[in-house]
Design a binder for this molecule. Structure first.
Ligand code: BDR
Ligand code: CA
Length: 311
């Protein structure tokens, strides 16, 4: 089978970085056309630099990186340096990138790729959905070029940035609404899933024991990451969010989910950014997403460690 044509839209971010490494380590499965970045965990200049830092680390400077939207559609930007460190990748762990940032805007790149694709393209979204929403608003025809969108975002249970909302969809709920309402083949991997995939000391040690720069950096990035989440949500260990999207594309058998009707709250003050999912859709409002509910954490971490060992 030929590799899946893939674009990763992200806001690196520690867990975005691990997701990028997992994709880089899977060349037989992915033809990675480009990485688009958006403002989210940290401002846009840093997410665009961090994506390139990870390209250098994985020696994949052949993958072009495009910077996209510097702020959400309507709201002002909320960032998460408390979780990801002041640079978005801890505190100065990786050197400044020397590979160039592409001149083309991420939204222009998405539109160009998706309107000229001979084979539909998969989109992995790991951050706020601003870039994809703007592309859909500017050029709704891009839908024809999309094979599927697999998004890390949302929560059926409690949120992580507010009691109701998960970070990515809280940052740009209006963009999330544009994407969810676009009728695309959409898979949601929310907190209910990613909180099952925790970074235990054993799993961290397995990455460190790869004995490679990638293994060591991955462990160094993940060690402090997520402790706030862990404490706040009473988890056994810090959760791993974004790599679940790439793991799902590689090994869907490690996940289970159901078709549901998904909607995004954009108006309430307490629940803005909330994903409202109806697991019992009716004909008038049929299912519009596959919502993943369970993940095999050990299987995902084994996959991650095995793949990162190849870089
Ligand atoms: C999501 O928010 C970000 O901080 C992470 O990178 C992930 O995409 C989890 O809520
Ligand atoms: Ca992210």
């Amino acid at each position: 089978m030929s590799p899946r044509r893939l674009i990763i839209d992200c806001d690196p971010g520690v867990d975005d970085a691990i997701a990028l490494l997992l994709a880089f380590a899977s060349p037989a499965e992915f033809d990675l056309l480009g990485i688009t970045t958006v403002a989210g965990n940290v401002p846009l200049a840093l997410t665009a630099a961090n994506a390139r830092r990870i390209c250098h680390l994985a020696q994949r400077t052949d993958v072009p990186v495009y910077a996209g939207c510097p702020r959400p559609l309507l709201r002002s930007l909320t960032t998460a340096e408390d979780i990801h460190g002041s640079t978005g990748l801890g505190e100065g762990l990786l050197p400044e990138p020397t590979m160039p940032l592409q001149d083309q805007h991420a939204v222009a790149f998405l539109i160009e790729q998706l309107t000229t694709a001979a084979t539909p393209i998969t989109l992995a979204t790991l951050g706020p959905l601003t870039n994809l929403a703007v592309a859909l608003i500017q050029c709704p025809e891009i839908a024809r070029g999309i094979d599927q969108v697999v998004m890390m975002g949302g929560a059926l249970g409690p949120g992580n940035i507010t009691p109701a909302a998960e970070f990515n969809l809280y940052v740009d709920p209006h963009a999330a609404k544009v994407v969810v309402d676009a009728g695309l083949p959409l898979t949601m991997i929310g907190l209910d899933v990613t909180h099952q995939v925790v970074t235990t000391p054993d799993r961290l040690a397995a990455l460190e024991n790869l004995g490679t720069p990638v293994g060591k950096t991955a462990a160094d990035l993940l060690r402090p990451y997520g402790q706030i989440d862990c404490d706040r949500h009473d988890l056994a260990a810090p959760p791993l969010h974004d790599p679940c999207v790439i793991a799902y594309l590689l090994r869907p058998d490690l996940f289970t989910g159901r078709a549901m009707r998904l909607a995004i709250e954009t108006e309430g003050s307490l629940c803005i950014g909330r994903t409202v999912a109806n697991a019992y859709p009716i004909p008038a409002t049929p299912a519009n997403a596959t919502v993943i509910e369970t993940a095999d954490a050990a299987g995902i971490y084994d996959l991650l460690t095995e793949r990162l060992g190849k870089l």
